[in-house]
Ligand binder design. Structure first.
Ligand code: PLP
Length: 376
């Protein structure tokens, strides 16, 4: 079986560096808030075009920190896509606010600005909830339509979070999501484009005061001068020093890996032309290609055929959030979520990682061609 994501290929390349980075942490013994955490935070902020970075325990905590810092709570509406991973919406009820699901565009799978406008208008008209925040997702690695979404947020007085768990490092017109967002977040779950060897996450911000507040919240609400005098209710969300040390080594090759991912994507696009619907990236956008997702009418049969041929695939996401048990009672935007419901049946993710070579891709494309020419 061809690996779906080949983490070992990357490990083989930088194993020495990672092993000695881990050994350094074992030697100095500062497993929490060690010097590597600060170093990494500075590097992550710079790489993501932000002033500040708060490293934390996972990409889900990373998302709740800004909501908490902004005082989002009961009676507030937070608009987010339904075609995403559960974490994007999960953190909204954590703070007693209400997620309002918005549809995505049929070509990029990212938030549809028109659906967002309709959802905001619907919430205002209903008069029960107060629109507060929009969470745009850089799904499968490509930037959302930030110029359009941030214009709506400005007009409506809403805060904007970029959930860049899959897209940290992506750009639009050469700019990172932080150019438009009030906060951007990422996840270092091992399978993400920038992953560590366990759980981890980060929140980016350009605001000095909000960064202090989010740091405090992530550390039990401690006040800066006295850690045993909590200023507020907080939580415990930290990135281990060992993971930070690993990430420093991985970040050093990340720009190059993003370029390699784009080469892999370009090769796929050429090989698969006319066979399946290949992904479309927003004009001016550079994706980190967390996933390479194609569409086919007979998705399930194609996936079965590929499995037989030794090609693993995955379905992101088989059920949009608003159709899942935990989320079905939350409101959906005016006009419904037709695109989210439709594409869920057609999308198929192919193997994707920076070390996927042309020969292996030729094999994958060959198996797809076999299926299509056999009348699939
Ligand atoms: C992975 C992911 C998260 C959450 O990250 P964790 O580190 O697993 O908590 C949030 N949003 C999206 C879109 C993701 O893909």
């Amino acid at each position: 079986m061809i690996p779906f994501i080949d983490l070992q290929a990357q490990r083989a390349r930088i194993a020495d560096k990672i092993d000695s980075a881990i050994a350094r942490v074992l030697a100095h013994g500062q497993f929490i808030f060690g010097p590597e955490v600060k170093t990494l935070e500075g590097q992550l902020a710079a790489f993501g075009g932000a002033k500040h970075c708060i490293a934390n325990a996972n990409g889900t905590d990373a998302l709740v920190l800004p909501l908490w810092a902004w005082g989002v709570g009961e009676g507030d509406a937070v608009f987010c896509p339904s075609f995403t991973f559960a974490a994007t919406a999960e953190i909204v009820p954590w703070v007693q606010a209400t997620p309002v699901f918005v549809d995505v565009l049929p070509d990029t799978y990212n938030m549809d600005p028109a659906s967002l406008e309709a959802a905001i208008a619907g919430v205002k008209k209903a008069g029960k909830l107060t629109p507060k925040v929009v969470i745009a997702v850089d799904l499968f690695g490509q930037p959302a339509d930030y110029p359009a979404i941030s214009a709506i947020c400005k007009r409506e007085g809403l805060k904007l979070i970029a959930d860049s768990a899959q897209g940290y490092g992506c750009t639009l017109a050469g700019l990172h999501p932080m150019h438009w967002a009030d906060a951007a977040t990422t996840s270092f779950f091992p399978a993400k484009p920038l992953g560590c060897y366990g759980d981890g996450g980060a929140t980016l911000s350009n605001d000095d005061a909000e960064t202090v507040l989010m740091r405090s919240i992530a550390f039990h609400g401690a006040s800066g001068d006295d850690k045993y005098n909590c200023a507020r209710i907080g939580m415990n969300s930290r990135l281990d020093t060992i993971q930070a040390a690993i990430l420093i080594e991985k970040l050093a090759i990340f720009a190059e890996e993003i370029r390699a991912r784009n080469e892999v994507a370009n090769r796929y696009a050429q090989m698969l032309e006319g066979l399946v619907t290949t992904p479309k990236v927003i004009e001016g956008g550079i994706s980190t290609w967390a996933q390479y997702v194609v569409e086919h009418e007979k998705r399930d049969a194609l996936a079965a055929h590929l499995r037989e041929a030794g090609v693993p695939t995955a379905q992101y996401y088989p059920k949009p959030l608003h159709k899942q048990t935990a989320y079905e009672s939350f409101p959906v935007g005016a006009g419904g979520l037709k695109v989210s419901e439709d594409i869920a049946h057609r999308v198929l993710a192919l193997p994707m990682h920076p070390y996927l070579d042309g020969q292996t891709q030729t094999k994958i494309a060959g198996a797809i061609r076999e299926f299509v020419t056999a009348g699939g």
